[in-house]
Design a protein around this ligand. Structure first.
Ligand code: NDP
Length: 382
C-alpha cells in the first residue's frame, strides 16, 4: 500500500520540492491532499497531475477558476481556512507535510496532529508560536513530528542513538550568515529588497529568504529546536558556516561532535522525513567534498543582526512571547517585501513590539492566538 500524503502549501518552494521527491519515490507514495493560498494555476496543474482526493485554495476569489481549470477530475475542491483544515484532517493522509509559510499553518497543522497524523514539519512558525501546545497535542494523539528544516533534520539524525538529554553538551545550529555577512553595518540602512532576496546558498520562498538575511530565521530555528528536542536555550548555539554543507551538529559531553553533511538541496531532508526511518536513494547530486575544498566557521555578529538576541529573549521568556516575536516579524517582513520599510526597521519593529508586550494570557491556544493578534496590530501601528 502506498503511503498517503497531504501537502499543505504545495505551490511553494518546499511544496514543489516535495512533489519532486514524491515523483521519484513512486509508487511508494500517493498524494491525497494539496493546498495553496492563491496560485490557482499551479494548484490546478498539480491536481491534474496527482489526482488527490481533496484540494483547497485559501482565497475564495480563486475558487471558481480552480473549479473551471480542474473540470473532469474527481478531486473534491474546497476553499477558505476550513478547506485547508479539511485537507489536513480528512483527506485520508497518513502523513501531512506542512509547507505553508507563517502563522497561517498553525490551525491545519494542529488539526492534523489532533487526528494522529504524522507531520513532516517545514512550517517552523507553527512550532515557534505554539511549541508547547503542538508538542503536547502530538504526545496525546501519538502523532510523530519529523523535522524538514535542514538544520533540525540534521540534529534529529545526529541525536539518533542517544536517548539521554544529559549526554548532550550543545546543539550547534549552522547558518550561512545570509547575503550581508560581510557587509559593514553602516551600509545596512541602504540594503535593497533585491539584495536581501539574493541568498548565497539556498533558493527559498521570499519570507524565509528575508528571515535568513536578518538572521531571524536562525532565531526562529533556535526556538523550533528548543521545542522539537526539549533542549534548554543555554544548550543551543549558532555557528556561522557560509558553505551550508554541514547542516547542523550535536556536541556530546565526552567532546564528540556529530555533524550531518549534504548538498544544499531541500529534497534530501524532505525525503528523509517522508521515508523515515528508512532511507531512499539520493534524490539529488551527491556531495563531493573534494569539489568543496574548504569549510569555514565563525561566530554570529549579534551587533549586526539583533534578531538573534530578540529570538533568544522571546524564547527564554516563553509562554506567548515567541508568538509575539513571530507575528511582529511576519508584519515587518511583509512591509519590507512591499518596500514600505527599510531593512534596519525589521529588528526595530520586532524589538519595540516585544518591549510593549504585557502578557495577559497564558500559553494555551486562545492565549497564543490573542498574542498573535495583539502583536500584528501593535507591529503594524509601529
Ligand atoms: P513559499 O512562499 O515558497 O510557499 C508558501 C506556500 O504556502 C505556498 O504554497 C503558498 O501558496 C502558501 N501560503 C502562503 N500564505 C498562505 C496563507 N496565508 N494561508 C495558506 N497558505 C499560504 O514558502 P517556502 O516553501 O519557502 O516555505 C514554507 C515553509 O517552510 C516556511 O515556514 C519556511 O520557513 C519553511 N522552510 C522553507 C525552506 C525552503 O528551503 N524554502 C527551508 C526550511 C524551512 P501560494 O503559492 O498560492 O501563495
Amino acid at each position: 500500500m502506498p503511503k498517503k500524503i497531504a501537502i499543505l502549501g504545495s505551490t511553494g518552494s518546499i511544496g514543489i520540492s516535495t512533489l519532486k521527491v514524491v515523483q521519484k519515490l513512486k509508487p511508494a507514495f500517493q498524494v491525497v491532499g494539496l493546498t495553496a493560498y492563491r496560485n490557482v494555476k499551479e494548484l490546478a496543474q498539480q491536481i491534474k497531475t496527482y489526482r488527490p482526493k481533496m484540494a483547497a485554495i485559501l482565497d475564495w476569489k480563486f475558487f471558481p477558476e480552480l473549479k473551471a481549470l480542474t473540470k473532469g477530475t474527481s478531486t473534491q475542491l474546497l476553499a477558505g481556512e476550513e478547506g485547508l483544515v479539511a485537507v489536513a484532517g480528512d483527506s485520508g493522509a497518513d502523513m501531512v507535510l506542512t509547507a505553508i509559510v507563517g502563522a497561517a499553518g498553525l490551525k491545519p497543522t494542529l488539526t492534523a496532529i489532533q487526528k494522529g497524523k504524522d507531520i513532516a514539519l517545514a512550517n517552523k512558525e507553527t512550532m515557534v508560536m505554539a511549541g508547547d501546545v503542538v508538542t503536547k497535542a502530538a504526545k496525546k494523539s501519538g502523532s510523530r513530528i519529523l523535522p524538514v528544516d535542514s538544520e533540525h533534520c540534521a540534529v534529529f539524525q545526529c541525536l539518533a542513538g542517544s536517548t539521554k538529554p544529559s549526554e548532550i553538551h550543545k546543539i550547534l545550529l549552522t547558518a550561512s550568515g545570509g547575503p550581508f555577512r560581510n557587509l559593514n553595518k553602516k551600509h545596512f540602512s541602504k540594503i535593497t529588497l533585491k539584495q536581501a532576496l539574493k541568498h548565497p546558498t539556498w533558493r527559498m520562498g521570499p519570507k524565509i529568504t528575508i528571515d535568513s538575511a536578518t538572521l531571524m530565521n536562525k532565531g526562529l530555528e533556535v526556538i523550533e529546536a528548543h521545542y522539537l528536542f526539549g533542549a534548554p536555550y543555554s544548550k543551543i548555539d549558532i555557528v556561522i558556516h557560509p558553505e551550508s554543507i554541514i547542516h547542523s551538529m550535536v556536541e556530546y559531553i565526552d567532546g564528540s561532535v556529530l555533524a550531518q553533511l549534504g548538498t544544499t538541496d531541500m529534497q534530501i531532508p524532505i525525503q528523509y522525513a517522508l521515508t523515515y526511518p528508512a532511507r531512499g536513494n539520493s534524490p539529488v547530486n551527491r556531495l563531493d567534498l573534494t569539489q568543496i575544498g574548504q569549510l569555514h566557521f565563525e561566530k554570529p555578529d549579534h551587533g549586526k543582526f539583533p534578531c538573534v538576541d530578540l529570538a533568544y529573549e522571546a524564547g527564554e521568556k516563553g509562554g506567548t512571547y515567541p508568538a509575539v516575536l513571530n507575528a511582529a516579524n511576519e508584519v515587518a517582513v511583509n512591509r519590507f517585501l512591499k518596500e514600505e520599510i527599510s531593512f534596519n526597521d525589521i529588528p526595530k519593529i520586532i524589538g519595540k513590539t516585544l518591549r510593549k508586550y504585557r502578557p495577559l494570557t497564558n500559553g494555551n491556544l486562545d492565549g497564543i492566538l490573542w498574542a498573535d493578534h495583539w502583536a500584528r496590530e501593535t507591529a503594524s501601528a509601529i
